[in-house]
Design a protein around this ligand. Sequence first.
Ligand SMILES: NC(=O)C1=CN([C@@H]2O[C@H](COP(=O)(O)OP(=O)(O)OC[C@H]3O[C@@H](n4cnc5c(N)ncnc54)[C@H](OP(=O)(O)O)[C@@H]3O)[C@@H](O)[C@H]2O)C=CC1
Ligand SMILES: N[C@@H](CC=O)C(=O)O
Ligand code: NA
Length: 425
Amino acid sequence: MREIKVGLLGLGTVGSGVLKMIQENGDKITNVTGQRITVKTALVRNPAKHEAVADSVTLTTDFAEILNDEEIDIAVELLGGLHPAEEYITALLKQHKHVVTANKDLIAAVGPRLAQLAHDNHCDLMYEASVAGGIPILRTIANSFSADQILEVKGIVNGTTNYILTQMAKQGLDYDTALKQAQELGFAEADPTNDVKGKDAAFKMVILSHFAFGTEVAVDELEIVGIDQLTKEDVAQASKLGYVVKLVGLAKVVNHGLFVEVAPTLVNQSHPLASINNENNAVMVTGQAVGDTLFYGPGAGGLPTANSVLSDITSTTKNLVLKTTGNSFNNFAQELGPADPKAVSFPYYLSLKMPDVPGQMQQLAGLMTQVGASFQQLVQTAAHQGHAHVVVITHAINQAQLAQLKELLDQSPTLSLQAAYKVLD
Ligand SMILES: NC(=O)C1=CN([C@@H]2O[C@H](COP(=O)(O)OP(=O)(O)OC[C@H]3O[C@@H](n4cnc5c(N)ncnc54)[C@H](OP(=O)(O)O)[C@@H]3O)[C@@H](O)[C@H]2O)C=CC1
Ligand SMILES: N[C@@H](CC=O)C(=O)O
Ligand code: NA
């Protein structure tokens, strides 16, 4: 039996979960891999914070102690952020160390370049924990969907925003209190801006699209809307209409083009995604052969995420034993351009403000007719300070019609569009 030594970069929420699992589940890991895995060194900013583990692991603030340690086989990057994570992983791969990371910001930005570097150096680079925390989704898509044509991947892939939305809807908490709780529980990123603005979910959709469709999409090419502009009124109105508002990431192939988006979405209360609460995530993968499949579990948190990191560490360990390291985590590649906006259709929830005077509804109907859109549901709530609040659910309209309708409403001197969210029935 060989001893596989791990260098941990970061000992925060996830890093300390990884250390705990390796220390407490060592016998099971040895039983499965035939090897003994130990953490030798951990890189941190402030060693004084980590005195509780100083007996069992060498703490350092010097990255070179891991990079140049010939005994360390696998480095696990759990620092977060682009820098210095990118420079560290690049140096580690060049030094022929296998790398495991949970860093979606980095993989979404430069994953293919790092994967090539890993391959060139016969190293493994794995990042199961980067998408949907504890849900084993990337390895599942890479292995268990290897022969099926994936048509669509959609889901709730950010724990922080789902926690906030659940607490707002079910406990009546305000946005700031719910966000603070998510931070205290360790779900949110060090800077939660990317969580609430939908960027963290977008990073995950970029990685999921690469696995599911073989296509590299840049985060900047995506339509991304967060939950920070969502109002309590729209959440309540959606509920009255039979919907739950969720931050949904969706990627689908339409006429050989790829559509990827992250946005608050009205999910029908009977849809499986409507019942995903708190920090839990769910990813629905639709394959041509298999149909709909649903993967559910904790999308954030120390131990759930650590379990995904450990699945990568044990996979690499098996590859080390079999001398099969250096194979790409994702082998599927195909070039898909962006989907034609006229080919991508959904019903939309439109929230509008207008003066409470005759003729406004007729104007709205006129603009809808102009773009070929029609009403599925329409609700007018009691006027407030001379303004009426009108909510519409349209029949399915395509992205070009939606853009045109937004433009017409923008030009209207009296009708004002407050929000437009797609609807999943
Ligand atoms: N938290 C979660 O639920 C999930 C997190 N992730 C990802 O996992 C990664 C880690 O997240 P998380 O554990 O929450 O982060 P934390 O902020 O809790 O921990 C970061 C750790 O890295 C150390 N660190 C940060 N920068 C440096 C640096 N420049 N030099 C040395 N040490 C450094 C910190 O040291 P010190 O302790 O001394 O401050 C700390 O131990 C991120 O990429 C995140 O996106 C993925 C899925 C879920
Ligand atoms: N901040 C992220 C952590 C997991 O990726 C989230 O809330 O989902
Ligand atoms: Na995962």
